[in-house]
Design a protein. Sequence first.
Length: 364
Amino acid sequence: MLSWILTVNKEKAGRDAGFCSNKLGEGYMKKRVFLIILGLALLAACGQKKIEKQENTSDSSKSTLDKEQKSSSISVEQDEKLYASTLDKLKKDTSEGRAKIYTFYDIDKNGTDELITGHHSNGVYYLAAVYYLNQGTSTYLAQSKVASAGGSRESATIYTDGTVFYAQWHSLSPDAKGYLYQLRSDNSGIDVLKEADFQIAGVDPNSESGQHTVFGTGSKKEFDLSSLKWKDIENYQATTSVGNQEKQSGSSKLDLEAIQKGDYSSIEGRWRNGKGSELVFDKNGLVNNDLKLGNNFRMIDSYLQGGVSSGGPGAAILFIPAGVDMSVTADDQTIADASDKKQDRILITQSVVVNNPEVFYYRE
């Protein structure tokens, strides 16, 4: 009997244990299913938040990009107004080898952009010229150019440290004249860090007489012109600039008294006439390789006259302030001044040619 009871109790205990085991298993499965469902819900919620965050980030990025593009567009418009006097001339230029594109870049990181013109060929950008603002006036600094005749060569290089190197030489000789420029942070002009003779054509720039050794440019890095956003000069829309307004008023920037004393700061830069000929001055005088400026000056009426030569017969060079009329009367006949009298001018002549507008040089 006791044995039967023990057996029955054992079977009952086994059934109870199995029942409990089944109950526990069912509870575990239910809990597991619940956790899986909860996990999926959390993942869905996180995914939705991530999508919303991505959408918000995308909208924010688009808004920032739109603001940057708008700011960039306004900046370009402002720069175009500041350099309008130069851009107007560039657009009208029909000479061979003229610049085709332009852009703006703050070379010396002082908050004011410089105007850079250039060429684009086979995916490569080439520098044509650099202009800067000197007391608010667009002023030529340097250029790269190969003369169509005569063998004259010029080269300009912008470095990432804010300096600009400019060289002049002749194709038949390795001898060159070089200038290392630094723009002044207050936009009052440029400083010539070094001016020296060196050798360029067919000469290793790291040699004793080469550019890198003479000017210390070997460690400098050239600025990547392809990183800039360029525009076609032919698409430039003329605007009114402060410089043009000053010229319209007939105000002159020439300091004739200073020129007589050997200070050419007031005419520093590049001057060009209607025939495409150029005169380049620094603060010490004329730097054209083929021209030599004399030291004898004299005031005649309201303009300054000096002499210039190129190895042969000399000619007179006249520095004519804006507002001065150069019309000449001889034998009861008047030869009218055909130049733009609202601008400063330079005239090189051996005879009376004031009726030909193309012979007058104007500041670029």
